[in-house]
Design a protein around this ligand. Sequence first.
Ligand code: FES
Length: 104
Amino acid sequence: MAMRVLVCRLSDVVDDELRAFPVRGVTWPVIVTRIDGKLVAVPGVCPHEDVALADGDLHGTVITCPGHSYEFDLRTGKCTHDPTLSLRRYPVTVVADEVWVDLL
Ligand code: FES
């Protein structure tokens, strides 16, 4: 069963910018941004090691982790350095101005 949580408001999301939103009861914040006009939500932690991805850089559709500079494409979640790693993309539902994310 999905765990749907309210993460932020549409007005909080900035195109092509990494913004991480804390979620009560969840260790790491959720990053929500808009890529190519579509909302994208991913964990705020790198799947390689526990490093905050919101502190990384976003160029186009690619996040570069500040830990070891691995890159993740937000369109797919795939890591360009290590095919065994991927960044989970959470399903997003917008209700009025609210951005809800299915964490599980
Ligand atoms: S912690 Fe992100 S690449 Fe190593």
